[in-house]
Design a protein around this ligand. Structure first.
Ligand SMILES: Nc1ncnc2c1ncn2[C@@H]1O[C@H](COP(=O)(O)OP(=O)(O)O)[C@@H](O)[C@H]1O
Ligand SMILES: [Mg+2]
Length: 256
C-alpha cells in the first residue's frame, strides 16, 4: 500500500521531482525535498505532507475531512507566522483538494544521530547525569512558553505530543528554539477546556515516553507556560480546568 501511495505522490509531482519519505503516520505521509514547488532556483529544504485517501471512509466524507484538515493546517501556519513570538514552519504552497501541503523544513540532527524533536532530545538526555541539566530545563521552559503564547492568542494545538515539537539550535549561542508543527487538528479557541486538554495531552505524552523524569519535565514545562501567560485571571481558569481534565483522565483509567 505504501509503495502505491509513494508512486501516486511521485506521479502527482512529476517523475523527476526528488522526494524522500521521512514519516508515515496514521494520517499523512511526509516527504522531504530540496526542490521548491515553483521556483527551481530556491534550493532550500522543504517538507511535503500528503494526506492520502482513506479506504475505510466514505469517499465524499473523506474528501471533506482531508480538505478541512489541510486547509485548517494552512490557515494556522499562516496565522501563527504573523505572530512574532510563535515559531512554526512557513507555509510554501498547498493543494487542499488533493491533500498536499509544502512547508519549510525545521530541525536538525542531534548529537546521537536522531532528528531534533523534543521526544528524541529528551531520550538523548534520559540518564541521571543529563536529565536535570540546565540545557534540558531551558528547553522545556521555552517549550512551555511557546504553548503559553499559543494559548494566550487563543490558538490550541489539538495534538501536542513531544514529536510535534521540533528544536533548532542557534550556532553561536547554542540555545535551542522550539517550533510547533502538525496543525491538522489545531484552530482558534477561547475555551479553557481546549487549552486544558492541550496541556493534559502533552503531560500524558511526557509521562508515557519519559516516565523516569516526567515529574520534573512537566514542572519545567508548566513553569514556562505560566510565565508567558500574561492574563492572570485566564491562566487561573486554564490551570483549574487542566486539573479537572486530569481528574477525568484518572477516573477513566480507573474504570478501564
Ligand atoms: N516542517 C517540518 N519540518 C521538519 N520535519 C517535519 C515537518 N513537518 C513534519 N515533519 C516530520 O514528519 C513527521 C510527521 O509529520 P506531522 O506533521 O507531525 O504529521 P502526522 O504526525 O500527522 O503524521 C513529524 O513528526 C516530523 O518528524
Ligand atoms: Mg505529528
Amino acid at each position: 500500500m505504501s509503495s502505491q501511495l509513494i508512486d501516486h505522490v511521485q506521479q502527482y509531482l512529476g517523475e523527476d521531482f526528488p522526494i524522500k519519505l521521512i514519516s508515515q503516520g496514521a494520517e499523512a505521509l511526509v516527504f522531504e525535498t530540496s526542490k521548491h514547488p515553483f521556483n527551481p532556483s530556491l534550493n532550500k529544504e522543504y517538507i511535503i505532507k500528503y494526506r492520502p485517501f482513506k479506504e475505510y471512509r466514505h469517499s465524499q466524507i473523506d474528501k471533506t475531512i482531508t480538505k478541512k484538515r489541510t486547509v485548517g493546517e494552512c490557515r494556522c501556519l499562516v496565522k501563527l507566522n504573523t505572530m512574532d513570538e510563535i515559531n512554526v514552519p512557513q507555509l510554501i504552497a498547498a493543494d487542499p483538494y488533493n491533500g498536499f501541503i509544502w512547508q519549510s523544513k525545521i530541525g536538525q540532527t542531534l548529537a546521537n544521530g536522531t532528528f531534533s524533536n523534543l521526544k528524541n532530545f529528551l531520550w538523548m538526555n534520559n540518564n541521571d547525569e543529563n536529565a536535570y541539566k540546565k540545557e534540558v530545563e531551558e528547553v522545556l521552559y521555552s517549550v512551555g512558553r511557546q504553548i503559553g503564547i499559543l494559548h494566550i492568542n487563543h490558538y490550541v494545538h489539538g495534538d501536542l505530543t513531544s514529536s510535534n515539537i521540533v528544536l533548532e539550535q542557534d550556532k553561536s549561542s547554542n540555545e535551542w528554539t522550539p517550533f510547533l508543527i502538525d496543525f491538522g487538528l489545531s484552530g482558534y479557541s477561547t475555551l479553557v477546556e481546549d487549552k486544558g486538554v492541550d496541556l493534559y495531552v502533552l503531560e500524558r505524552a511526557i509521562l508515557s515516553t519519559h516516565s523516569l523524569y516526567a515529574e520534573k519535565y512537566n514542572e519545567w514545562l508548566l513553569e514556562g507556560y505560566k510565565q508567558s501567560y500574561s492574563n492572570q485571571d485566564e491562566l487561573k481558569q486554564v490551570l483549574k480546568r487542566f486539573e479537572e481534565v486530569r481528574l477525568r483522565g484518572r477516573k477513566r483509567s480507573m474504570l478501564g
